[in-house]
Design a protein around this ligand. Structure first.
Ligand code: NCD
Length: 316
């Protein structure tokens, strides 16, 4: 079992063996979560604080559930109502919370790099629940677990990530993870939604769905991240749907057994047709949500083991 991290800030620092360790443990938590009694005490006595500076439904709920199922004391900070609104800096808030001796701090923030900065100031384990357009490691891990369980492997697959690549931390973390596990990654979207230098990430770039989806094993759709757009990146949602929205006709270019994924929240009729999203033979969107709880349990379990391995009072 290999997992040497103090924090989970991104996929970038992880070794493939560490990714496998998280996924293997997640499989065990999937079984626990499907059982009648969903409780374990591996985080018993530990305090988990969730700080979400950006809206979240799935991620916050599943981190909360994951902590509770593992027996931690879980506190959700209402960031809208916090002193941040009174002008306190992120670092001051972090130091205040740190003084309450949390063991696990789960943070989502609109600025790329904010979570890494915060991790330098506190002595508990920090989990990045999404920072700006930078990374969203637990999302990429839950996507990987979903792929591995439905396809039976996590290597030598062709994965097409489609839509707003430029503003997406989900795309970035997935590109890193899938690359480390030796998959072929394609990104598809309009040139206005492709980040500069994307080809340096070892991906193939397409601006045509029919071409990009050819023979794909996995089709991952992304939401247009309008909150991160400061101008007109697309002509209109209707035009965007016509060219890049996933419907049966476009999906027909992928392999017959290709699975359809979406991290949520979904905009039906913009990036994906509702009937495709609901097609239980193709869509694994609900499985992704289920895997999310298990992956967050595994990640917090592993970080807590490393916390306990460090002698009391020693900062690493
Ligand atoms: C994603 C996010 O917040 O980055 N959602 C999620 O965590 N499930 C994607 C998105 O907001 O579109």
């Amino acid at each position: 079992m290999t997992f040497r991290q103090k924090n989970l800030l991104g996929i970038e620092p992880l070794h493939p063996e560490e990714i496998r360790t998280i996924l293997d443990l997640s499989d065990r938590y999937v079984d626990l979560n499907r059982g009648a009694s969903k409780h374990s005490d591996v985080l018993s006595g530990l305090t988990q604080i969730n700080m979400f500076f950006e809206n979240s439904t799935r991620t916050q709920a599943s981190f909360e559930l994951a902590g509770k199922r593992l027996g931690a004391d879980v506190m959700n900070m209402a960031m809208q109502a916090s002193s941040i609104k009174k002008g306190e800096t992120l670092i001051d808030t972090a130091l205040t919370l740190n003084a309450m001796h949390p063991d696990l701090l789960v943070v989502r923030h609109p600025q790329s790099g904010a979570v890494n900065l915060l991790a330098e100031k506190v002595n508990c384990a920090v989990l990045n629940a999404g920072d700006g357009r930078h990374e969203h490691p637990t999302q990429a891990l839950l996507d990987a677990l979903t792929i591995r369980r439905t396809k039976g492997r996590l290597h030598r697959l062709t994965v097409a990530i489609c839509g707003d690549i430029a503003h997406s931390r989900v795309a970035r973390s997935n590109i890193l993870l899938l690359g480390k596990m030796e998959n072929r990654v394609r990104v598809i979207g309009p040139p206005t939604l492709m980040p500069a230098g994307i080809a340096d990430f070892g991906v193939e770039v397409f601006d045509d769905m029919a071409e990009g989806l050819r023979e794909a094993d996995v089709v991952m759709m992304l939401r247009l991240q309008r909150e991160r757009m400061d101008g007109g990146f697309i002509p209109s949602p209707r035009e965007y749907y016509h060219r890049f929205g996933l419907d049966a006709q476009k999906l027909a270019h992928a392999r017959d057994d290709a699975i359809v994924m979406h991290p949520g929240p979904m905009n039906r009729g913009v990036e994906i047709d509702g009937t495709i999203a609901d097609d239980i033979n193709r869509s694994v969107i609900q499985e992704q949500v289920e895997m999310g709880v298990a992956v967050r349990m595994a990640a917090m379990d592993l970080l807590a083991r490393n916390l306990r391995a460090v002698p009391e009072g020693v900062m690493v």
